[in-house]
Design a protein around this ligand. Structure first.
Ligand code: DQA
Length: 145
């Protein structure tokens, strides 16, 4: 079974309470449970990780990334400036999909730039939960090839 890491960055632990008009009312835990159910149907092994700390996300990816088959990552605000996060994605040589709940191109100007986008296969932005689901179904089809 392919192993996919699903990583959420800073403040995404506050989903449900955090600006629900932008990020929706579902908690991260609930979203992850839905993804877990979907992964079971798709015969994919998923592992979830969330941290507010850049270093912890990097440590996690260094530990797990070499063994995994794919990465679905919502880097939160690190999207816009973390070269360290970008470098670790390149370093572990993993196929990755960048996900954002909100449409980062329709909000403040600083959100329009992603330093992560150039090192991932693609970016899904603005579809809420479905962004993660789309990425998961991409990895499910990839394993069929
Ligand atoms: C986000 C968008 C980022 O700009 C923001 O800093 C987040 C969440 C999203 O999922 O829409 O924390 O990544």
């Amino acid at each position: 079974m392919p192993r996919i890491l699903i990583v959420n960055g800073p403040n995404l632990n506050l989903l449900g309470k955090r600006e629900p008009e932008i990020y929706g009312s579902e908690t991260l835990d609930k979203m992850n449970k839905r993804l877990d159910a979907m992964a079971k149907e798709l015969h994919i092994d998923v592992e979830f990780f969330q941290s507010n700390s850049e270093g912890e996300i990097i440590d996690y990816l260094q530990q797990k990334g070499f063994e995994a088959d794919g990465l679905i990552i919502n880097p939160g605000a690190f999207t816009h400036y973390s070269y360290a996060l970008r470098d670790v994605i390149t370093a572990i040589g993993i196929e990755a999909v960048e996900v954002h709940l909100s449409n980062i191109y329709s909000r403040e100007k600083f959100r329009r730039k992603s330093v992560i986008a150039p090192v991932v296969t693609g970016q899904i932005t603005g579809f809420g939960f479905y962004g993660y689901a789309m990425a998961l179904s991409y990895f499910a089809d990839l394993k069929e090839e």
